[in-house]
Design a protein around this ligand. Structure first.
Ligand SMILES: [Zn+2]
Length: 420
């Protein structure tokens, strides 16, 4: 560990933030609310102690820039916003580790590192209020769907453009944020895992391979309603029977796929009464994989299975796509540097995909070489006040992430043409 880095400082600052912005139910830093504004003020004060340039971009993302010898930029990102009753580490761990790294880089290079180093606090990663996550980073990457975002409304009936105006953001100009990436040569993000993989392996840290692609569909089986007493079992067109067979099938599909996951998250039946055979059964299917062709195969296998079960049960089936996103693999060289930093810090590393999307997925999609580092989550849980990580692991992740930042500075410097 660099003598100039103090990971305990990060843990202390995270506790300070928890006391300032949390209550007995957890973190309350929902984006674009007064508490979020207060959080930003607190963060600005921390950064003001360094000679960094600070500004908020067109999408409300806060940037702190430490100018270097080269214009090429190493970006470190995170998000200070939380879900309501959120955990104390989700998003802000990344930012506060970044603040400590800026301090270390500043001290080591007497205020002038070889490349420009920038910290970004993305606006509204969680999408807790308007139901649309990755707002600031997708505006920056250019992927934000303006038509959809313009119509988003919160529970109080307030439109997203109006909520943004209240915090000084002009909705129609948010994509101007994209110019912030003009000199970006690498993007790093630290995050709590939010799942149980590292916990089950008893490892503190992991290198993230990318974020899963997602296929989300509604599958409806159409049978025939019939009296539950008078209809013999062999005369039924039972939509539920066909749908129910999908449940064990998706476990087999996921297993065959290697590292994919499949979920049937909802099931509704019509007429939905105790005395009738099910006429119509609608289930939702969510499939995720890091590998595009394997994801496509999982989807095809589910389609084939649904048609087979429909035929066997003498019912019909129809599909409707709800949402889809391609896998976002991270940069292989940066993944290798991340792995190396983890091994140097705690002996053993593990490579894993990310189930949840993160701001890093947007920045990778914008063509900036990207990698993430995960630190173990206790209970494998987040978006909940019980979200936690051992303090020793928090310290380890700041150390390892700082090593990665230093390796990335050298990597950026040696890359004449940053590859995507
Ligand atoms: Zn997060």
């Amino acid at each position: 560990m660099s003598a100039l880095l103090n990971p305990k400082h990060t843990v202390a600052e995270l506790k300070e933030l928890r006391a300032l912005t949390g209550d007995e139910n957890g973190a309350q830093r929902v984006a674009f609310t007064p508490m979020w504004v207060k959080t930003r003020e607190w963060l600005r004060k921390k950064l003001e102690a360094l000679p960094v340039e600070m500004h908020t971009d067109a999408a409300g993302n806060l940037w702190a820039t430490l100018r270097g010898e080269s214009k090429k930029e190493l970006l470190i990102g995170g998000h200070m916003d939380s879900v309501p009753n959120g955990g104390w580490l989700d998003g802000c761990l990344n930012v506060m580790a970044g603040v400590e790294i800026l301090r270390r880089v500043h001290a080591q290079y007497n205020g002038r590192p070889p490349v420009t180093v920038r910290l970004v606090d993305w606006a509204d990663e969680e999408g807790a209020r308007f139901g649309k996550s990755l707002f600031g980073s997708s505006a920056c990457s250019g992927n934000l769907d303006m038509t959809e975002a313009r119509g988003l409304v919160d529970k109080q009936g307030i439109k997203l453009p109006d909520a943004l105006r209240d915090v000084g953001i002009d909705f129609e100009r948010v994509k101007e944020s994209g110019k912030e990436l003009a000199n970006a040569a690498a993007y790093l993000e630290l995050h709590i895992e939010q799942g149980p993989v590292l916990l089950d392996l008893d490892l503190p840290l992991g290198a993230v391979l990318g974020t899963f692609g997602v296929e989300r569909h509604a599958i409806t089986f159409h049978g025939q309603a019939a009296h539950s007493g008078s209809t013999p079992m062999n005369r039924r067109k039972d939509a539920f029977l066909a749908a129910a067979q999908m449940s064990p099938e998706i476990y087999r599909i996921a297993e065959r796929s290697g590292a994919g996951v499949c979920t049937i998250g909802s099931c509704t039946t019509k007429p939905g009464i105790v005395t009738s055979v099910v006429e119509e059964c609608r289930i939702t299917l969510d499939q995720r994989h890091l590998d595009g062709p394997r994801l496509a195969r999982m989807l095809q296998e589910a389609r084939n299975a649904s048609e087979r079960f429909a035929k066997e049960g003498n019912v019909k089936v129809s599909w409707e796509r709800l949402w889809q996103i391609a896998p976002r693999p991270f940069n292989e060289e940066l993944i290798a540097l991340c792995d190396e930093s983890i091994r140097e810090t705690c002996g053993k590393s593990h490579r894993l995909p990310s189930g949840p999307l993160h701001d890093a997925a947007e920045i990778a999609a914008a063509g900036v070489p990207t990698v993430m580092m995960f630190v173990q989550s206790l209970h494998g849980i987040s978006h909940n006040k019980i979200e936690d990580t051992k303090e020793e692991h928090l310290e380890l992740c700041v150390t390892a992430f700082d090593k990665l930042a230093e390796k990335a500075i050298k990597w950026v410097l040696s890359n004449r043409q940053p590859s995507c």
